[in-house]
Design a protein around this ligand. Structure first.
Ligand SMILES: Nc1nc2c(ncn2[C@@H]2O[C@H](COP(=O)(O)OP(=O)(O)OP(=O)(O)O)[C@@H](O)[C@H]2O)c(=O)[nH]1
Ligand SMILES: [Mg+2]
Length: 435
């Protein structure tokens, strides 16, 4: 039997504990003033330990298998004081409940068939999502929409494999059998559905999930000043000495309900100073990790634009000319601002927001998936292509059936029907405790 605090360890109005394991309800009945015998109903009860009232709580019991984990489970809603949380924790430990590991509730749910692996992953993505669109896509995945699509494709693959394997037994009539079953047409249909699924999915990588906006450029152009101006407070040091910023400095801002992570970086130049050189290397590396790069230039550095552009490869970027209070740009750029007076900063924010929306193109997406899922789908697609080629050339029909077995196996990997313990360990370690 395991338990965990499902809400943060912080003073709050209400805190929620979760307990799971066969027999936990009977055990918990021994510490409340009146036993609870009904499931899925809320009861107000006093938790009493060694004759002392610990807290008056709202309590819900769930009986196996109708719970999140599939086991008997309890939710305890107590007052959110740190001392109450501590005392209840002691009661649970005294009852012999063990503190849950991160993601253990979801892992049990997965092992009991309550969630597929991709649905469990979507739970983490939902908790971590920082904007409305992402959370919408993740909640659809939690609700099983994506699993349903993949399961339906898997069923069709199974049906075709059985059909093709059947045809191998009548090898002289392979061809007629396959034509009669419209096999090629049905395979191509699956292929298009799968390709559509990949196209309509947004692949979220951990690093890029935060909308990182990098302030990049030569030293002294006012990157840190603009960074501070956009944050609304002095987060980074500013000075007129080139090479002030040595490290990456990040800070989050909300704009139109979108969360952005602004990252200030060291000005890029050749230098003999070892520490500054490490900072410059960090700035270069961060280009890869960011969603949008702001190349910040001023009147003294405008001519460096081509050299900076060449460092961006195909990354989305905006060319920002700073210090407009002093001088205007000679060449064309995307935004003209003054970190000093604040001129143009509002327009810059708007442009960044538009770029991020466009970059994610999230509104056109149906699902949010992970790199692991994309890998499964891509390998399913390539096995499917191999199968279609054999069927259309009417050769190696027996191997074509094997190709379809591989397609199915990639789908099973996605759903977690086939998995290694290492993979499970990797996935569930990203969960928070209590989930
Ligand atoms: N006139 C004017 N001066 C500015 C503006 N923005 C920054 N400065 C000045 O430019 C100098 C450099 O500013 P920083 O913000 O430290 O520049 P940086 O690009 O972060 O420099 P490094 O960290 O060395 O790469 C400081 O003296 C700032 O006061 C601006 O909009 N107008
Ligand atoms: Mg700086």
């Amino acid at each position: 039997m395991i338990f965990a605090l499902a809400t943060p360890v912080a003073q709050s109005a209400i805190a929620v504990f979760r307990i799971s394991g066969e027999g936990c309800c009977q055990k918990f009945n021994s510490v409340i003033n009146k036993p609870i015998l009904n499931f899925r109903e809320v009861f107000l009860r006093d938790v009493v330990w060694e004759g002392v009232l610990v807290d008056r709580c709202s309590i819900v019991y769930y009986s196996s298998p109708s719970s999140y984990t599939g086991e008997d489970s309890i939710e305890v809603f107590c007052h959110g004081g740190l001392s109450v949380i501590k005392s209840l924790t002691e009661v649970f430990l005294s009852l012999g409940f063990r503190e849950a590991n991160p993601g253990e509730f979801s892992r049990i749910a997965f092992e009991n068939g309550k969630l597929s692996l991709n649905e469990a992953e979507a739970v983490v993505d939902l908790i971590n999502s920082e904007d409305a669109e992402r959370s919408q896509l993740s909640s659809e995945a939690v609700a099983g929409k994506l699993s349903d699509v993949v399961q339906a494709l898997g069923k069709e693959v199974d049906a075709l494999r059985v059909f093709i394997e059947g045809s191998i037994d009548f090898s002289d009539e392979d061809h007629d059998f396959i034509v009669a079953g419209n096999i090629e047409e049905r395979l191509v249909k699956i292929k298009f559905s799968l390709a559509d699924l990949i196209d309509s999915s947004l692949v979220s990588s951990k690093k890029l999930s935060k909308n990182r906006v990098l302030f990049f450029g030569p030293p002294n152009t006012g990157k840190s000043s603009l960074f501070n101006r956009m944050l609304g407070f002095d987060r980074a040091l500013v000075s007129n000495i080139p090479g002030t910023t040595r490290d990456l400095i990040d800070s989050e801002v909300f704009y139109n309900s979108v969360n952005m992570e602004l990252v200030d970086s060291a000005g890029v130049r050749e230098t003999d100073d070892l520490i500054e050189r490490s900072g410059v290397a960090l700035s270069g590396d961060e280009v890869k990790n960011s969603n949008l790069i702001l190349v910040i230039l001023d009147h003294d550095t405008e001519e460096l634009l081509p050299s900076f552009k060449s460092r961006l490869s195909d990354k989305k970027h905006l060319i920002v000319f700073n210090k407009s209070d002093k001088q205007h740009p000679k060449s064309c750029c995307d935004c003209v601002v003054s970190a000093k007076s604040g001129d143009g900063v509002r327009e810059l924010k708007k442009k960044i927001f538009e770029f991020i929306q466009e970059d994610k193109d999230i509104t056109k997406k149906t699902f949010i998936i992970r790199e692991r899922h994309l890998k499964c789908f891509s390998s399913a697609l390539s096995s499917l292509n191999a199968c279609i080629e054999k069927i259309s050339n009417e050769r190696d029909i027996d191997v074509a059936a094997e190709d379809l077995r591989l397609v199915r196996s990639s789908f099973d990997e996605f759903l977690g029907i086939k998995h290694s313990d290492d993979l499970l360990g990797d996935i569930f370690k990203d969960f928070c405790i209590g989930k």
